[in-house]
Design a protein around this ligand. Structure first.
Ligand code: AMP
Ligand code: MG
Length: 529
């Protein structure tokens, strides 16, 4: 990396706590290898030909203390990895993981290169990571690059999630590299060149369950301990001095964050698509946006990931259970530090209760119930039965309900409430079931908070705008042709997902259009990115 025109990134305070707390790989060259007795490798991003800033998240810039884009070309040089800012010391970390239920050995940052942490005056630390910045010792047989299509998806979705209030890694920038990357998008034996890009991700850290699994698998208990101590010091400083009790409390905290995150994904209809243990954050953040999707027709069995078509391990309704399965792998990994099986199991058992409580609170808000009553179990079950009976758009159904007063009305008027969410017409029995449920719901919420107050709560729990795959795909198709306007517009809409935004209604408050039902990128997504 060379130095060049100064950018605001040069003026920030950089630090390297991961590098300080954990041992480095002594090998300095980049070639695929097993890295033992070390947590990270020095690696410089591989320069790209013609970096260009394509998208920028002002809220993330503000978090970092960057006040606006004054020199986009110089920023693109830094945020593509061509140029190092003062204080950066790029590195890639090693982790392992269970992929689709099987232990996969060493994985690591194969195409993500961290630049270091920015330390803010209030003490907050933000790690910056370039995804798609070229090969690292962990790239195995792959190229270390990312295509524009998947980078647009990661940029948009991390920001959409944040504005929905769901814990997530952030994205500062999207930079086109001016270079092609060859991918077989559907694994159909048809590799093609596609434009490449680099996303600058931002998070307190990118530490995954798999970082712990790596040292546990290698029986490297010294580094397992150092990693746990680093995570405690950096992320869970209130859990006491390092030792078995603090390590157990750390697992408890991670379990709580994970359960809450799963409930939040269920609230907004998000399906991650690849919930391998290397894709779960120890901070409970949504991380690694790949073949994710958003429920359109409400279907707990749905996954957008064609690579997971057979077992549908990571389908919508399975996510809370997978969260627990993954926590069990993390509990096994930290066992040497805690050495108390009963205590670790108690943490895992507590996960279900944490999730159930979070989910109940979410249904209270989404349906405007004020407070949970025992009979609400049936109300929720029957609501989900209505949503499942014929293809019904989850986001639209909840939002339509949020806009509804509790006054009783004629059956045709009740049906008009739900009509915008339906993909197919209802038969007579289905109509009767919907009207009966809506009447029950209205009777349940009537006499509670006044309509306006209840609606305000419901609208904050039920987003109007989510990043449906076809919306991302329209922005991608245009961006690939050099037109950034749809991407910029979509990004703007997703920053205010709970607001009415009348000017966005016609284009974005919509069921999936029929053309998108079977189009690659809209209904079918593979891990190829
Ligand atoms: P994922 O399932 O996308 O989270 O990736 C699993 C593993 O494959 C991680 O170790 C990634 O860093 C690595 N990986 C994915 N794509 C690439 C790529 N194009 N080049 C190098 N490594 C990659
Ligand atoms: Mg990953």
């Amino acid at each position: 990396m060379a130095t060049a025109t100064p950018t605001p990134l040069d003026e920030l305070t950089w630090d390297q706590s991961f590098q300080r707390d954990l041992p480095a790989d002594p090998e300095g060259e980049v070639f695929p290898r097993q890295v033992i007795n070390a947590a990270w490798s020095r690696v410089a991003p591989t320069p790209v030909r013609a970096p260009r800033l394509l998208a920028w998240a002002p809220e993330v810039a503000e978090l970092l203390g960057i006040d606006g884009v004054h020199a986009p070309d110089a920023l693109a040089q830094v945020l593509s990895g061509n140029v190092a800012a003062q204080g950066m010391a790029p590195f890639a970390t090693v982790y392992a993981g269970h992929q689709f239920g099987h232990f996969a050995g060493q994985l690591g940052d194969g195409r993500a290169i961290s630049l270091g942490e920015i330390v803010r005056p209030d003490g907050a630390r933000w790690e910056l990571q370039l995804k798609g910045a070229g090969p690292t010792p962990y790239s195995r047989t792959a190229d270390g690059r990312a295509v524009l299509r998947s980078s647009v998806r990661e940029f948009l979705c991390s920001e959409a999630m944040h504005h929905l209030g769901v814990p997530t890694t952030r994205a500062l920038s999207l930079v086109g590299t001016g270079e092609d990357v060859v991918r077989d998008m559907l694994y159909s034996g048809d590799p093609r060149p596609e434009p490449g890009a680099v996303v600058c991700r931002v998070a307190p850290s990118f530490i995954r369950f798999g970082h712990f699994e790596n040292f546990a698998w290698r029986k490297d208990h010294a580094n397992l301990t150092r990693l746990a101590d680093h995570v405690l010091a950096r992320h869970y400083p209130d859990l006491g001095a390092p030792g078995p009790d603090a390590y157990l409390a750390m697992l408890q905290a991670i379990a709580t964050h994970t359960a809450t995150l799963m409930a939040e994904w269920m609230r907004v209809g998000f399906v991650h698509g690849v919930m391998n243990t290397d894709n779960l954050s120890v901070l409970g953040l949504t991380i690694d946006y790949g073949p994710y999707g958003w429920l359109e027709g409400y279907d707990p069995g749905w996954t957008p990931n064609t690579t997971d078509r057979q077992g549908k391990r990571y389908r919508f309704g399975n996510q809370p259970g997978v969260g627990l399965w993954n926590l069990a792998r993390l509990a096994e990994a930290v066992y040497p530090l805690v050495q108390d099986e009963a205590a670790l199991n108690a943490v895992l058992e507590g996960y279900r209760d944490t999730f159930a409580a979070a989910q109940q609170a979410i249904f209270v808000a989404k349906l405007g119930l004020g407070a949970w009553r025992p009979e609400d179990d049936d109300l929720v079950t029957d609501w989900l039965a209505c949503l499942s009976a014929v293809e019904t758009d989850m986001t639209l159904a909840y939002r339509q309900l949020s806009d509804c007063t509790a006054a009783d009305r004629a059956p045709a008027e009740w049906l008009a409430v739900v009509a915008p969410a339906l993909y197919v017409p209802l038969d007579d029995a289905q109509q009767a079931a919907w009207v009966a449920w809506l009447r029950r719901w209205a009777a349940r919420v009537r006499g509670g908070a006044p309509d306006a107050a209840r609606q305000a709560v419901m609208r904050q729990a039920n987003p109007k705008y989510v990043l449906r795959n076809w919306m991302a795909q329209l922005a991608i198709d245009a961006a690939e042709q050099g037109d950034l306007a749809p991407l910029t517009r979509l990004h703007a809409v997703l920053r205010r997902p709970y607001d009415d935004q009348p000017e966005a209604h016609a284009d974005f408050y919509q069921r999936r259009p029929e053309w998108a039902r079977h189009k690659p990128g809209c209904s079918m997504l593979s891990c190829s990115s």
